[in-house]
Design a protein around this ligand. Structure first.
Ligand SMILES: CC(C)(COP(=O)(O)OP(=O)(O)OC[C@H]1O[C@@H](n2cnc3c(N)ncnc32)[C@H](O)[C@@H]1OP(=O)(O)O)[C@@H](O)C(=O)NCCC(=O)NCCS
Length: 155
């Protein structure tokens, strides 16, 4: 059974290893040290999926600042992909974000069409294209799922 809980100190190296050894982050040269700094950044929230003792993946949320409600990273271990773990992590993140904010944002690389297809299936819509954002020659697509505007009227 998949359980999701806040990232523990023991989980952090697993998250950083998964990220620094997986596409798309290998393609942009993200190192283990950069990954561990990111997942342990106290200004963000990391949530981890486990099945018993088995680490399945994680999701990293940004819940402060402009465009609040941003899913910065989602990664599922190679053996567990395609079994619903990513969808469960996103559903969890949506419950967490929508309890406070009306938008969930995420970015997906132009060279990751399978991830984009998943986000579209889960109701995310394309907001715009950030050309040459991470690496030259590729784009990041900003996507959004919303429950409504920030304010209910213009008054
Ligand atoms: C993208 C990812 C988080 C989805 O998690 P998941 O547990 O595999 O997803 P689910 O089982 O809930 O849904 C399956 C869908 O995910 C997508 N997917 C599956 N494997 C994938 C992979 N290796 N890379 C990208 N997307 C993948 C597909 O759309 C798939 O649907 P399909 O089987 O009909 O093609 C996961 O596959 C992953 O970690 N991929 C590598 C890292 C990555 O691309 N992260 C997203 C960066 S924006």
């Amino acid at each position: 059974m998949i359980e999701i809980h806040a990232m523990s100190p023991n989980d952090a190296p697993l998250c950083a290893t998964l990220m620094s050894t997986s596409e798309p982050w290998t393609l942009i040269g993200r190192t283990y040290d950069e990954s561990i700094a990111l997942v342990t950044d106290p200004s963000k929230e990391a949530w981890v999926a486990h099945d018993g003792d088995r680490f399945l993946g994680f999701i990293l949320l940004v819940l402060r600042g402009a465009f609040v409600g941003y899913i910065q990273i989602i990664a599922v271990s190679a053996e567990a992909r395609g079994t619903g773990v990513g969808s469960k992590l996103i559903e969890f993140a949506e419950r967490r974000i929508f309890s406070q904010f009306p938008n969930v944002f995420l970015c997906v690389s132009s060279f990751n069409p399978r991830a984009r297809a998943l986000y579209e299936r889960l109701g995310y819509q394309l907001v715009g294209e950030l050309k040459d954002y991470l690496v030259r020659g590729a784009s990041e697509f900003l996507m959004r799922k919303t429950t409504g505007p920030l304010r209910s009227s213009t008054d």
